[in-house]
Design a protein around this ligand. Structure first.
Ligand code: NDP
Ligand code: OXD
Length: 311
């Protein structure tokens, strides 16, 4: 029986991925849903999320390769076969893009740039006293491929940096906390909190009012993980009561952000439309091709997700 790979893109046009895979591995036949042919011939599917009803036709599937770093959207799919190996993207260049974006976000919050933008709109030459990076404490939630790299870069730049993960580790220049008991210590000391956790049973709704109130008064929150990490109403409450000064959000419970949502025009909230970092097929296709070859050679895929942990 012929073997083929299914590529199904979400927001990204497929051409870049198809060309990158063809360049690296011309022997791999890649199909889309439009050119699917016999679905039983598909052994690897590459996608952010497959349309409802697709999995049941892919009877020869050996690997689901997520085209993104976060896999919550696939794990939430009730049609994802329970024993199907699921791999995620762990791409150093995607992590670098995230780090660059997150550094912008931290500096944006650290220097209160939204206030300058508002003043400039009014042709006001605003001056605000400056706080040094070394006295600005930044806490990073999640110290994986992206958060770990970010924490190291923030520390190298001079921010007083701490981080939180599930398990212990050492990152030079970074105060690392872990486990449920480590979270309170991190929060009490974070003027700027950056979320780069995966969305799991444990982390859903973590950014809530009780957590915000554990941050110092005037703290700022940056969410680059997933929308459902944040209880959106609680953010509005924490801003209204003056406990939080501002927030910068790239991800939302409902995407695209619905018309009329209060975040569109909230003066203390800066939003971006889930663009913090995307895997570039010209580089990321290498690990996808390697995984296809591994699966076809009977080897376990790289970057497999622990379905129990959810990341
Ligand atoms: P990783 O899996 O490499 O890292 C996850 C980190 O979170 C690890 O340090 C892990 O701890 C920690 N963690 C997980 N669960 C818990 C918990 N219950 N308590 C404390 N720490 C926990 O993920 P990445 O860094 O590659 O990506 C992180 C997330 O970023 C993705 O899941 C995705 O949601 C989001 N993302 C957003 C993008 C955007 O454009 N906005 C783009 C790409 C990713 P430990 O190390 O101990 O296992
Ligand atoms: C990802 C994303 O998880 O783009 O890669 O959000």
């Amino acid at each position: 029986m012929a073997q083929a790979v299914l590529f199904h893109s979400g927001k990204v046009p497929p051409a870049g991925w198809l060309a990158a895979i063809a360049r690296l591995a011309p022997e791999i036949e890649v199909r889309t849903l439009d050119t699917l042919g016999d679905p039983a011939e598909i052994d690897v599917a590459i996608s952010w999320r497959l349309p409802s009803g697709t999995f049941k036709h892919l009877t020869g599937l050996k690997l689901m390769q997520c085209s993104g770093a976060g896999v919550d959207q696939l794990l939430a799919d009730p049609e994802l076969p329970p024993d199907l190996p699921l791999a995620r993207m762990v791409d150093p260049l995607q992590a670098d893009e995230m780090v660059a974006f997150a550094l912008w976000a931290v500096v944006e919050q650290h220097r209160d740039l939204a206030r300058y933008r508002a003043a400039i709109q009014q042709q006001e030459w605003l001056f605000q006293p400056q706080t040094s990076m070394r006295s600005r404490r930044v806490g990073v939630l999640g110290l994986g491929a992206m958060g770990g790299k970010l924490a190291a870069r923030l520390a190298a730049l001079g921010f007083a940096t701490a981080g939180w993960a599930r398990t212990a580790r050492t990152i030079p220049g970074v105060t690392v906390h872990h486990g449920a008991e480590g979270l309170a210590a991190l929060l009490a000391d974070s003027h700027i909190l950056v979320n780069l956790l995966p969305l799991t049973r444990e982390t859903r709704g973590l950014l809530n009012l009780s957590l915000f109130r554990q941050l110092p008064k005037g703290a700022r929150v940056i969410n680059l993980g997933r929308g459902p990490h944040l209880v959106e109403e609680d953010l509005l409450t924490a801003l209204a009561e003056g406990h939080l000064a501002s927030a910068l959000l790239d991800v939302f419970t409902t995407e695209p952000l619905p018309e009329g949502h209060p975040f569109w025009s909230h003066p203390q909230i800066t939003i971006t439309p889930h663009i913090a970092s995307l895997a570039d097929p010209n580089h990321a296709a290498e690990q996808v091709v390697e995984n296809i070859r591994r699966v076809r050679a009977g080897l376990p895929a790289l970057n497999l997700v622990d379905r129990q942990l959810g990341y």
